[in-house]
Design a binder for this molecule. Structure first.
Ligand code: AMP
Length: 215
């Protein structure tokens, strides 16, 4: 199963990707998580990416295509994958198709998760991320006994630099300008399916599974 979870920042791609990854035992490939790890580890890519990410802009297609080519060719993706945060531009989508064509392993489904801009801004501004296990929480919706401690692993919860209000607006603009055309790209290939990203997490999972024909 090779799935792309598509949609604006904060729509819930990461949350759903983790659930689907566990259900289908296929890796959750989040390019954002990979870049954050590169920043933490101080790699060359991390050094180039940090200021771009903090500003809510997109890391170059060249870097991103290099990263994704390596990962989809790796052994861990042999039986499938869930992409979260890639592709974010039409050239990235085209490059992914080329790589997968060579492997003879095409994408099975592109799930576009959708919600209102107000909901996104509201969610991102209250989002907390665990520095250890990458779990995502919402300051308002989740019952956290300590807003600084991850209830799953005890790691430190933090607000991502790019989840701060001034950067959220920039990211939405980038999404509309550079990323939303990717939706038309997949719509033309007949792979695109749309899911309402508002409401209960379990219900959203059920809706995605229905689209994937697994109940
Ligand atoms: P995310 O965690 O998916 O919201 O990604 C965080 C940030 O990483 C984005 O705002 C971009 O700066 C960068 N990023 C992640 N994936 C990509 C991608 N496919 N293309 C370009 N930049 C990306």
């Amino acid at each position: 199963m090779r799935i792309i979870l598509f949609g604006p920042p904060g729509v819930g791609k990461g949350t759903q990707a983790k659930i689907l990854s566990a259900k289908f035992t296929i890796p959750h490939i989040s390019t954002g998580d990979m870049l954050r790890e590169a920043v933490t580890n101080g790699t060359e890519i991390g050094k180039k990416a940090q200021s771009i990410m903090d500003a809510g802009k997109l890391v170059s297609d060249e870097i991103m295509i290099g990263i994704i080519t390596e990962v989809v060719n790796s052994l861990k993706c042999k039986n499938g994958f869930i992409l979260d945060g890639f592709p974010r531009t039409v050239p990235q989508a085209e490059a992914l198709d080329t790589v997968l064509l060579k492997l003879n392993r095409p994408i099975d489904a592109v799930i576009s998760m959708e919600t209102s801009e107000n909901e996104i801004i509201e969610r991102l501004s209250k989002r907390l991320t665990c520095s250890n296990c990458n779990s995502i929480f919402n300051l308002q919706a989740d019952t956290l006994t300590d807003p600084l401690i991850c209830p799953k692993c005890g790691g430190r919860l933090f607000q991502r630099e790019d989840d701060k209000p001034e950067t959220i607006h920039k990211r939405m603009k980038v999404y509309l300008e550079s990323t939303s055309p990717v939706k038309q790209y997949y719509s033309r290939t007949g792979l695109l399916q749309t899911v309402n990203g508002t409401g209960d997490v379990d219900q959203i999972t059920k809706n995605i599974l229905e689209h994937l024909n697994h109940k």
